[in-house]
Design a protein around this ligand. Structure first.
Ligand SMILES: Cc1cc2nc3c(=O)[nH]c(=O)nc-3n(C[C@H](O)[C@H](O)[C@H](O)COP(=O)(O)O)c2cc1C
Length: 175
């Protein structure tokens, strides 16, 4: 079977090369809205989205991420100009599941708009660190937050390679 949603999911690829040009506020807000429509445990809607387009903050997040990656000279955001940080209060029992679904919705929505995106990890380590906690406080967030992921966004600088990207044999039919 096929439809526009399925086609979009098949053609989404992690993008690791971006143009310098910033995406529009409307594009960013549309992607975040898609994240906010994700289901959540008990319908709590606990996921917070911190939209970062300010270069200084983006670069601080990149530096912290590179530190935890163990590659301090790298930009783990691959030059992407927008970073959406996904956070959930640490005491929410479905924090990781809720945040991950929001990340997936955002990446699929980005693809549908012709934007590049990629999940960049280590949000947990970043927001458990003292500098990460200071960032949270500067965003008005007090208390313990679980960093789920960074959804980087931008206009792709190149088309991601195509290929046989999904493994067969993962559907175990017990009918
Ligand atoms: C939980 C998670 C963490 C990821 N972390 C990173 C990351 O830190 N850096 C990166 O370049 N890609 C990261 N990715 C992207 C995966 O490498 C990518 O989704 C995978 O290789 C499949 O490629 P596709 O997204 O093009 O289908 C992450 C993906 C997930 C789901």
């Amino acid at each position: 079977m096929d439809n526009a949603v399925l086609q979009n999911m098949r053609q989404r690829r992690s993008c690791r090369a971006y143009q310098d040009r910033q995406i529009s506020l409307e594009e960013m807000e549309t992607v975040i809205e898609a994240g906010a429509w994700a289901p959540s445990g008990m319908g709590r809607q606990p996921v917070l989205f911190v939209a970062v387009q300010d270069k200084a903050t983006r670069d601080t997040l990149s530096r912290l991420n590179a530190h935890f990656l163990g590659k301090p000279d790298m930009d783990p955001f691959y030059g992407a100009p927008t970073v959406v940080v996904v956070l959930v209060k640490a005491d929410i029992p479905t924090a990781v599941e809720d945040g991950s679904l929001a990340m997936g919705n955002m990446m699929n929505a980005a693809a549908s708009l012709g934007l590049g995106s990629c999940w960049i990890h280590r949000a947990r380590e970043v927001f458990e660190s003292e500098e990460g906690k200071r960032l949270l406080a500067s965003w008005g967030l007090e208390g313990e937050y679980r960093g789920i992921g960074h959804c980087i966004l931008g206009y792709p600088a190149e088309q991601p390679a195509e290929g046989a990207l999904r493994k067969d044999g993962r559907l175990l039919e017990v009918l």
